[in-house]
Design a protein around this ligand. Structure first.
Ligand SMILES: Cc1cc2nc3c(=O)[nH]c(=O)nc-3n(C[C@H](O)[C@H](O)[C@H](O)COP(=O)(O)O)c2cc1C
Ligand SMILES: C=C(O[C@@H]1CC(C(=O)O)=C[C@@H](OP(=O)(O)O)[C@H]1O)C(=O)O
Length: 364
């Protein structure tokens, strides 16, 4: 029953949606990494719900770092971040009827009724605030090594955003936007569709597309700890992520080899590829081109329409009408979480390849 990810750089999550605090412990970080609390706060702001397209729960996310940082830099010992929960309304929840699509029934079977069911408990999207705070420290460190990460809402409620065309400028733009789209007219249409779904008591899903620039070639292990494998492991820990694809992904099914292969050419004494259908990874190892991947995020399970379910306590069928505060879409909030878990996973792979201290070392 563990809640820890990683081999060299690890992250452990703890807390429940309506408990006093949530948090993360990051271990294995290089000593000497700058810890910029303003940057952490700005990343938490990008995750925080805002407006009618998100849950009405309002949290300040007044985080505290209680271990592993001294005079603004990591010490190399476990770094612990705490974030208080304040705006809890536990009366919205009752032990019993399982919300379809949420983890209520599976949590009950695993924890035998001892689970904290309020607000989704340990399975709540709320816990991702701790992942974002932890990820912010690593994202800053990766930036110091020239590695940039950014994600856009590539699709929401059937509306497509424009594709990446101008990297790295696209990433810089996305990382400052509260609703991360490349084409703002599409963004407005997505927000309208989310509001319309909410008005119907329903919810919508979408797709997130991420690019990682500056990833050195030669990172990853050939069989089990492939870049795809380690990244997917991290990405599937984000609640509501139900699929991950790299490069052309499932579109490979309809391509020919001559189209799917990425031709290699020399540029400034380095091999590069002139297309990137393989998403910057061959044989599980980074090839130095941008890492490209997409995650599908399902519609929020807690909807206010009437639903059929069971009450595991009584073994009876029942009908459920969920009252309370919920995100009518998750995809726009999850993008910052995806960046954060990707950064943690890549920091782990980089530490395995170059040693834990590499992230804090001056550029070669
Ligand atoms: C940022 C974020 C916010 C979320 N908000 C909600 C929410 O308001 N209501 C809800 O039912 N699920 C929400 N979820 C999704 C549930 O946590 C998730 O569906 C549930 O834990 C079951 O996990 P699964 O969908 O991966 O199977 C959210 C997820 C994330 C990442
Ligand atoms: C608080 C957040 O989202 C929560 C995620 C969530 C769930 O079931 O995942 C249920 C709701 O909790 P509550 O009923 O306490 O308002 C959301 O508000 C957040 O993401 O910050």
């Amino acid at each position: 029953m563990k809640n820890t990810f990683g081999t060299s750089v690890t992250v452990t999550l703890f807390g429940e949606s309506h408990g006093p605090e949530i948090g993360a412990v990051v271990d294995g970080l290089a000593p000497g990494l700058p810890v910029d609390e303003e940057f952490i706060a700005s990343r938490l702001t990008l995750r925080r719900p805002a407006g009618r397209i998100s849950t009405a729960r309002q949290e300040e996310d007044a985080f505290r770092i209680v271990s592993g940082v001294f005079e603004g830099r990591t010490t190399g010992t476990p770094l612990a971040i705490l974030i208080p929960n304040r705006d809890t309304r536990s009366g919205d929840y009752q032990r019993g009827p399982a919300r379809p699509g949420h983890a209520d029934y599976t949590a009950y079977t695993k924890y035998h009724g001892f689970e904290d069911y309020r607000g989704g408990g340990h399975f709540s999207g709320r816990i991702t605030a701790a992942l974002v705070a932890a990820g912010a420290i690593v994202i800053r460190a990766l930036q110091g090594k020239g590695i940039l990460i950014g994600t856009h809402v590539a699709r929401c409620a059937g509306i497509d955003d424009a594709p990446f065309t101008d990297l790295p400028a696209d990433l810089e733009k996305l990382n400052s936007l509260p609703f991360a789209v490349l084409d703002e007219t599409k963004g407005q249409a997505m927000r309208d569709a989310i509001e319309q779904a909410a008005a119907r008591g329903d919810s919508v899903g979408g797709i997130l597309e991420t690019a990682v620039l500056g990833m050195p070639a030669g990172v990853g292990e050939p069989w089990f700890d492939t870049v795809e494998g380690v990244l997917s492991h991290a990405l599937f820990s984000v609640p509501a992520v139900k699929g991950v694809e790299f490069g052309a992904g499932f579109a490979f099914a309809d391509m020919t080899g001559s189209r799917a292969n990425d031709p290699l050419r020399m540029k400034d004494s380095h091999p590069v590829t002139t297309s990137n259908h393989n998403g910057g990874i061959n044989g599980g190892i980074s090839n130095g081109m941008p890492l490209l991947f997409r995650c599908v995020v399902k519609p929020t399970p807690s909807i206010s329409l009437e639903q059929q379910t069971v009450n595991p306590l009584t073994g009876e069928n029942t009908v459920l009408e969920i009252r309370g505060r919920h995100d009518p879409a998750i995809v726009h909030r999850a993008r910052i979480v995806v960046d954060s878990v990707a950064a943690l996973a890549l920091a782990d792979l980089l530490a395995l390849r170059f040693g834990a201290d590499w992230l804090a070392s001056p550029d070669d």
